[in-house]
Structure formats: C-alpha cells, structure tokens
Design a protein around this ligand. Structure first.
Ligand code: AMP
Ligand code: MG
Length: 394
C-alpha cells in the first residue's frame, strides 16, 4: 500500500511531472485569459508621436497674452501629419489626437478661445507643455508589455493591439475529460429511485475546469465495474488530463486503481494528508495526467483547487499557480484537532471571514454559499478577531 504524503509533497510531485504545453501564435482577439509563452516588448512608443489632448489651438506659449490676438495659419486634423510649422504670434487649429505642429509647445482648449475669422483671442493664461501628450510618456519603445507566464487581461489585449501585433505567443489549452464513477449516480433529466443520487460532480468539475481555462472535451459516467472503468479511462486518457470522480477510496467498489493498473498507468500518489480529500490519487497513462478525486463533492472541490488547478495552470504556461490570497478578520474561534490540514469553507465579506455551512465533505449547500477557503494546519488555533490569509476562489 502507498504511504499517505503531505500536501506539499503531493503538490511538488504533481508540478514536477506536469509540463507546459507547446506555445503557439493566437490572434489577439482570441487571446484573452491565455498566458504569454514569451516576453512581449513594445515596438512603438505610446503615445507614438506628440499629439494634442484637446480640440483647440496649437500655439507658442511664450507668445500668448490674455486678450491679444493670434493669427490662425492652418488646421491639423487627427490623421495625416500635414507637417505644419508655427512661429510666435500664430496659432493652428488642432483636434484631439492630432500631431502637434513643429514650433508649437502648447495647446489651448477651444473653450478658452474666441475666434473671429482668421484670428483668435485667448482668454486664459497659457503654460508651455499644456494639453500636449508627449511621445513615449506612457510607454517607451522596447519596454516589456507582457511577461512570459502572465495572463492576458482585457487591457493587455488593447496594449498588444496598440503595437500593431495581430497575434500573441501564448501557451497551450488544456483538454480535459471527466468521468464520474458510482452505481448510485443518475444523469440529469432522469428520475431517481430510492438509494440513488444525481451526478453533481460532473457539473462541479466542468465548472471548475472552465474557470481555470481548460476545455472539457468529454463528460462520461461509469458504473463501479472493472471492465466499464477500463473502457472509460481508455477513452478519457486521449486528453491532456483526465479527472475521475469517486471510486478512489478503500471500499470494495472503489475499482479505479485496479483499472488504472490494468492499463499500465503509473500511480504516483494515493492518499494525501488533507481534509477533506484524503483519498486523492495522481497517475500518468502515457501522456495523460490522471487525477482521481474523492466522490464527496467538497473533497472533490478542495482537491481540485489545491492540486488540479495548479497543474492545469502550469500546462497552460502560467507562472502564478496559487489561488489569490487576501487577509481577512476571522469572526469565530477555530482549532484544528484533526491529523490533517483542514480547509474551512467560508464567506469573505467586507474584510471578514466567517465559516459557512456544515464543515463536512458531503455538505454541498454550505459550499455553494462560500467564496473562500481558510487553511488551518494540524494543531493550529485561531481566535475571533485575528487576521488570517484566506484563499479566494470565486
Ligand atoms: P466514493 O468516493 O465513490 O466512495 O464516493 C463518496 C461519496 O460521494 C458517496 O456518498 C457518493 O455517493 C458521493 N458521490 C460520488 N460520486 C458523486 C457524484 N458524481 N456526484 C455526487 N456525489 C457523488
Ligand atoms: Mg463510489
């Protein structure tokens, strides 16, 4: 029998086994939420040229006096640079985003100007540099705009587009299969008989996979029967990852390990010191990474977030594999008297963390009301009012 290992050992083993998928080019419009597979650099400064921040008049600031007229010698729209040039005592009509004419060092808002034919009179004091957006003041040419391993957000897609990049170099997309095992499980839409339950883990795991960017290619259901399991696992293992729910405990009906061995799988981990989630299994069949999660919904949930999520993110090229953590004020006393680190499901609201629902591995309703996890180590005690770091998952 394999020894139970710590969470840290399990995570290290999983992450050393899992490799990033090959990088590829992806059009900017499809790149949202993928991870950069290379550093990306600016090839244009931003702004790309000195331009006007206002609709108004380009002027030489030192030649402007309140109430004194200036002669309008031309117009510079936001498009083609007309290569205009002005001298003292002159003004050029200009629009937002238009290149600043040579010799001009300020733009006066049209609201501060009275125009009469070819002349304007400025009703305000003009400061050099006013309303001019200088070339490169936002971003310098050659500056890094997206680091390898960083996730591409909405604003980053715009930044890449501002550089004229039609494509970004991103990591791969993880294909996943889900198999829920259990004779008691009934598919959605069918009637349940006494003793049966609906398969809720397929929905749970499908949603969690989508949240971390994986694509669910196959959702299968399988009885606790060796031959059917072997068939289902064979099909599922055509994907980058296969998640099997249930059947990994020690009961007579827990046949997943048997089926995996029959298929020549290398079982690296079985049983991790984590509460809930002890019967967690990790294996490899050929190039497919296999996760066996306990059937209890909260156990499946916790082990997915602690072990499967980081593996998927690593495959996709992310450098940040951890759930976001935030400090929160605990509203109750908590002690972990068990022999495993305990992930308490709770709700973080206005900076306070409160455990929610029954802290038992079958308690799906409480889980559905929570949005954060607090890890309490073995023997650790927290008092109400303490500031603790909680993991945010929703
Ligand atoms: P197992 O890990 O197969 O021993 O299952 C542990 C518990 O989780 C049992 O109460 C199962 O009925 C329940 N369970 C297993 N699979 C699912 C599923 N797909 N959806 C909901 N509950 C499940
Ligand atoms: Mg079962």
């Amino acid at each position: 029998m394999m020894a139970m290992i710590s969470e840290e050992e399990a995570r290290a083993k999983i992450l050393e086994t899992v490799r990033p998928l090959p990088a590829r080019k992806l059009s900017i419009s499809k790149s949202l939420d993928f991870f950069a597979a290379e550093d990306h650099f600016a090839r244009l400064p931003l702004p790309t040229f000195d331009n006007s921040a206002m609709d108004g008049y380009a002027v030489v600031a030192s030649s402007c006096k309140k109430g004194q007229p200036l002669r309008v010698i031309g117009e510079q729209p936001a498009a083609v640079d007309r290569r205009l040039r002005i001298s003292r005592g002159e003004a050029i009509r200009i629009f937002t985003g238009a290149p600043v004419p040579a010799g001009a060092d300020a733009v006066v808002m049209q609201e501060d100007v009275a125009r009469d034919g070819d002349e304007i009179v400025i009703n305000t004091h003009v400061e050099a540099g006013e309303f001019i957006r200088r070339r490169g003041c936002d971003l310098a040419e050659g500056q890094m705009i997206l680091a390898k391993g960083e996730q591409i957000g909405a604003a980053t897609t715009a930044l890449l587009a501002s550089q004229g990049f039609a494509e970004a170099i991103v990591g791969g997309e993880t294909n996943a299969a889900i198999i829920s095992t259990g004779d008691e499980l009934v598919k959605l839409g069918k009637k349940i008989k006494a003793g049966q339950i609906y398969d809720s883990n397929s929905a749970l795991l499908g949603a969690l996979l989508q949240r971390c960017g994986a694509v669910v290619k196959l959702v299968g259901h399988c009885r606790d029967e060796r031959e059917s399991l072997i068939e289902a696992i064979k099909r599922g293992s055509e994907n980058h990852i296969l998640i099997i729910s249930g059947g990994v405990s020690v009961g007579e009906h827990d046949l997943v390990k048997d089926a995996l061995r029959h298929l020549g799988a290398q079982i690296d981990i079985w049983r991790v010191a984590v509460k809930p989630g002890k019967p967690f299994l990790f294996a490899k069949i050929g190039t497919c990474t296999v996760f066996g999660l306990p059937g209890n919904p909260v156990s499946a949930f916790v082990t997915f977030l602690q072990f499967v999520r980081p593996a998927i993110l690593k495959m996709m090229g992310s450098t940040n594999l951890n759930l976001p953590q935030v400090p929160a004020k605990l509203t109750v006393d908590l002690t972990n008297d068990s022999d495993r680190p305990h992930y308490i499901r709770g709700k973080i609201e206005h900076g306070n963390f409160t455990p929610i629902g029954r802290q038992e591995s079958h308690a799906l309703f409480g889980l559905s009301q929570s949005n954060a996890l607090l890890r309490v180590a073995v023997g650790e005690s927290f008092q109400a009012g303490m500031i603790v770091d909680v993991q945010i998952w929703d």
